[in-house]
Write a protein that binds this ligand. Structure first.
Ligand code: COA
Length: 377
């Protein structure tokens, strides 16, 4: 048994993958050989999901087939729709998403079929359902009727339609599509690892995804985008930036949306989100959040100079989502609804070549001692 403790598993390769490569020094992110800048410019979320599940881009027919499969799986089961009405307003949307994944698994008679063919169907089902769960949840909590999905809209545009009951314009639909591509995959990370640990026991894909959602929720991972929004709200205006940041750092706290375990330069996804933010800001009534993010970024660059702390994906996603009219408590669930493509892709790899994940812990507790009966303690 090794005496070394790899705290936070930093620097430990837990598996091999063909899905994603990150160069944290150069700020490079590659999905199955394709640079994230190329995917953001040319691809769609549906095509990126196909790429992750098959390690190659689809033909036209394959893409049409996937889109049809996703459209077919959009509606919620009756049980899930009823549960949504029960829980709405009582629990947060991330939990509603977790529950919906568990319900979908409970209702799937093939949930324990771990063949690649069946797993790809499950991956598509979960990818299609999550936007409906979140949109319906948001409608119901406002006392509004759910908006049924529209077959003539793509995955990203249909979500915005179901959420707001208004068709997004071309720019809004494209920005959200690209934001989903940027969040679709990110090599090994806490939530992906969590999914793999669950799958490694040969538990099913639904339970693995429920584990991943629970792990993504924390503010050091996916929860950071909502935390960035709260930071922007707390700062309010540009003049307050120095005092807010200086006080926060003096208390030893962290600025949300800054820093990354792997990137020691600006996260390429933050660069793309900033570009998208400029486009939305031109006409958005909520541009003040984006403008404040830019000023905050500039102040932090001076304040943290010399430290490898730069904006990560969450830094600009908060103001971009705000400008798309999305409520802040949906930011992290939307991360999950995008990352489902990558999580399920990693699960396809794990099930195809599984080994139980079972690490060790170094014991530093009491030496062996006699058991003392209750009445003598
Ligand atoms: C992402 C994150 C958890 C990575 O943490 P990590 O790799 O474990 O890095 P560490 O916690 O070891 O931090 C290294 C140093 O940078 C500092 N640091 C890291 N992130 C910081 C932040 N956001 N604000 C201020 N200081 C930060 C730490 O305080 C530590 O300083 P020290 O060496 O003087 O003690 C961390 O950067 C963070 O908490 N960021 C804010 C939350 C966030 O945006 N998460 C989303 C990630 S995509």
């Amino acid at each position: 048994m090794t005496e070394v403790i790899a705290r936070g598993l930093e620097g430990v390769n837990v598996t091999a993958t063909k899905l994603c490569r990150i160069d944290g020094q150069k700020g490079e992110l590659i999905y199955a050989g394709y640079n994230i800048f190329d995917l953001a410019e040319h691809s769609t979320f549906e095509e990126t999901a196909f790429l992750l599940w098959n390690l190659r881009l689809p033909t036209r027919d394959e893409l049409e087939q996937l889109k049809a499969d996703l459209r077919r799986e959009r509606p919620l089961s009756d049980l899930n729709a009823r549960v949504q009405r029960e829980i709405v307003g009582k629990i947060r949307p991330m939990r509603a998403l977790e529950i919906s994944v568990i319900i979908a698994g409970a209702l799937d008679p093939k949930s324990s079929d771990l063949s690649q063919e069946q797993l790809k169907k499950t991956a598509a089902l979960l990818t299609a359902r999550m936007p409906t769960v979140l949109a319906q949840y948001h409608r119901l909590r406002q006392g509004l009727d759910p908006v049924p999905p529209r077959d003539d809209l793509g995955h990203a545009a249909n979500f915005l339609w179901m959420l707001k009951g208004e068709e997004p314009n071309e720019l809004e639909a494209r920005v959200f599509d690209v934001a989903m591509i940027l969040h679709a995959e990110h090599e090994m990370n806490a939530s992906t690892f969590s999914a793999l640990v669950t799958a490694s026991t040969l538990s099913d894909m639904y339970s693995a995804i429920a584990s991943a959602i629970g792990t993504l929720k924390g503010p050091l991972h996916g929860g950071a985008n909502e935390a960035v929004y709260r930071t922007l709200e707390a700062i309010g205006t540009e003049e307050n930036i120095p005092r807010y940041v200086d006080d926060l750092l003096a208390r030893g706290e962290r600025v949300m949306g800054i820093g990354h375990r792997v990137y020691k330069t600006t996260d390429p996804r933050a660069i793309i989100l900033e570009q998208l933010g400029h486009k939305l800001a031109a006409t958005s009534p909520d541009r003040k959040y984006f403008d404040l993010s830019l000023k905050l970024r500039d102040y932090l660059a001076k304040k943290l100079e010399g430290k490898p702390l730069y904006p990560n994906v969450d830094f600009f996603s908060a103001s971009v989502y705000k400008m798309l009219g999305i409520p802040s408590d949906l930011y992290t669930p939307i991360f999950a609804m995008s990352r489902i493509a990558g999580w399920t892709a990693h699960l396809l790899e794990q099930y195809a070549d599984n080994r139980l994940v079972r690490p060790n812990a170094l014991y530093e507790g009491a030496d062996p001692r006699p058991y003392v009966p209750l009445e003598q303690r």
